[in-house]
Design a binder for this molecule. Sequence first.
Ligand SMILES: O=P(O)(O)O[C@H]1O[C@H](CO)[C@@H](O)[C@H]1O
Ligand SMILES: O=c1cc[nH]c(=O)[nH]1
Length: 287
Amino acid sequence: MPIKNSELILNPDGSIYHLNLKPEHIADTIILVGDQDRVALVSKHFDKIIFETQKREFKTHTGTINGKKISVISTGIGPDNIDIVLNELDALANIDFETRTIKQHLKSLNIIRIGTSGGLQPDIPIDSFVVSESGLDLTGMLHAYQTEPISNQKIEKAFIKHTNWNANKARPIIVDGSKTLLSKFDSVSTIKGLTATANGFYGPQGRILRLPLMDAGLNKKIDSFNFEGVKVTNFEMETSAIYGLSKLLGHHAMSLNAIIANRANGTFSNNPRKTVENLITYTLDRI
Ligand SMILES: O=P(O)(O)O[C@H]1O[C@H](CO)[C@@H](O)[C@H]1O
Ligand SMILES: O=c1cc[nH]c(=O)[nH]1
């Protein structure tokens, strides 16, 4: 049965609804960045750019690096955007747009996030790089899908108990990144971690400007969680959503995060752009 026009939405030129891309416009290796201005910071290292487009916050440059085809796409902020980007990337790879049917031979993309993040533990220095072994989803977005096979129930239960997780909030889910990509990007220059993904920057990450928090002690409980040596290293807004949808759709994903804030020490990077540029170089050297 063909997928209906209201579900698989194509623009008049045949490109997919939000990303504005046709299947031939993407590489099998895709770098995701949050900020649309970061796309050019990545693609300036390409040998050449062969395709570029933008719709809303979703900007794409596809080119080659040392002869290998590569795409960089901005996702904007948050798990709701990741739902759009991952579903549309998978459609570009695995759905035939002519017949509107799922292809017989499915492709696995390599999806690598280069993001910014706040460190949670005092010993995660500003301007360091965290490579996310797993993502701790606090956003609820993944609950729209059948997540049981990809979650890690034992550690999730321990986290819920340790933090006395409020029943009005979405149940946390822990999803692993790709082990193959982890071995490529983890090194003596990085810190391996469990990355918490929040559905907001302020209250959902325990920040107070004017509004009091529902649970002012939550960040301390997250910081002190320790499951057989596994601690929550950092907070950002996309990793677990990328890991969850990639696992469900059969893609390989890894998230690398430039630590620009340290929440335990209350400090912020003097030059976040430089740290992000360093992480881009680090990542591209290993692709
Ligand atoms: O710098 P990016 O990749 O956008 O990542 C982080 O920065 C944004 C918040 O400032 C969120 O998207 C968070 O995940
Ligand atoms: O603290 C931080 C820093 C960057 N991005 C986040 O989501 N949180």
